[in-house]
Design a protein around this ligand. Structure first.
Ligand code: 6PG
Length: 221
C-alpha cells in the first residue's frame, strides 16, 4: 500500500465521519452505502477506528456478488472483516444476498429488507472498474439499461465479463443520497475517468450516471 493510497483512505474516512456526524445531529439514524472490491479495504479500516454512535448507523453495499457470505468474493465478508470491527460492529449491516439460489429469485426479499433503511443515504461511496462500471452497472451487463432507468431499488444482473451473477442497487436508488463519493486509485482509473468526463454515453461508461450528482473524487496514484 503506497503512502498516498493510505493517506487517501484516511482523508476519505475523515470526510465520511464528518458527514455522518453532521447528519446524525439532525436525524436519528444515518445510512452509509459502501462498495466492495479491493480499493476500499484501507478506508474501511480507517473508518472503523472513528468514534461514532455506530448503533445509529446503517450500512449496506452498492452491489454484491451472488455468493455465499463465506466466499472470498463476498463484499459482505469484506465489510464484516474490515469495517464492522471494534465499536463499528454495533452498526446495523444489511447484506444484499439471501438464501435463494439466484439473484433473480432473491431480489424481492432483499428489496424488502433494504426498503426500511433511512434513505436518502448520508453518503454513497462508489468504486469504478477499468471498463467504467460502478456498483454492478457493467457496460456488458444484459440488464444495464434496466438498472439505469428503473424505479425499482435493486436489479439482478448477469454480466458476461464477470464470474458470478450479481445484485446491484439501481442508478435511481444510488442517486438517493446527500453525498456521492468516487474512491479510485491508479493511473488506469484516472484515464478511464478522464474519458468518462469527455462524453455522455452512459451505456459505454456507466460511471457517467453519477458525474452530475455532484460527485466528489478521491483519487491517489
Ligand atoms: C464490486 C464493486 C465494484 C467495484 C469496482 C472496483 O463488488 O466489485 O462494488 O463496483 O467498486 O469493480 O473494484 P476494485 O476496487 O477491486 O478495483
Amino acid at each position: 500500500m503506497s503512502g498516498a493510497r493510505q493517506a487517501l483512505a484516511e482523508q476519505l474516512a475523515e470526510a465520511v465521519f464528518q458527514a455522518l456526524v453532521d447528519d446524525l445531529s439532525r436525524q436519528e439514524r444515518a445510512l452509509l452505502v459502501v462498495s466492495g472490491g479491493s480499493t476500499p479495504v484501507p478506508f474501511f479500516k480507517a473508518l472503523a477506528t472513528k468514534s461514532l454512535p455506530w448503533e445509529r448507523i446503517d450500512i449496506t453495499l452498492a452491489d454484491e456478488r451472488w455468493v455465499d457470505e463465506q466466499s472470498n468474493d463476498s463484499n459482505a465478508r469484506l465489510v464484516r472483516e474490515n469495517l464492522l470491527q471494534g465499536a463499528a460492529a454495533n452498526a446495523n449491516f444489511v447484506p444484499l444476498t439471501s438464501d435463494a439460489s439466484t439473484p433473480e429469485e432473491g431480489v424481492e426479499e432483499v428489496a424488502k429488507r433494504t426498503a426500511s433503511l433511512p434513505w436518502p443515504a448520508s453518503v454513497v461511496i462508489l468504486g469504478m472498474g477499468g471498463d467504467g462500471h460502478t456498483a454492478s452497472l457493467f457496460p456488458d451487463s444484459l440488464e444495464l439499461g434496466l438498472a439505469l432507468s428503473t424505479d425499482e431499488p435493486l436489479v439482478a444482473v448477469r454480466t458476461p465479463s464477470q464470474p458470478q451473477p450479481r445484485i446491484t442497487f439501481s442508478a435511481g436508488r444510488l442517486h438517493q443520497a446527500h453525498r456521492h463519493i468516487l474512491h479510485i486509485t491508479g493511473d488506469d482509473k484516472r484515464s478511464v475517468l478522464a474519458n468518462a468526463m469527455q462524453g455522455d454515453d452512459v451505456l459505454k461508461l456507466p460511471i457517467r450516471a453519477f458525474l452530475s450528482c455532484p460527485l466528489a473524487i478521491y483519487w491517489a496514484p
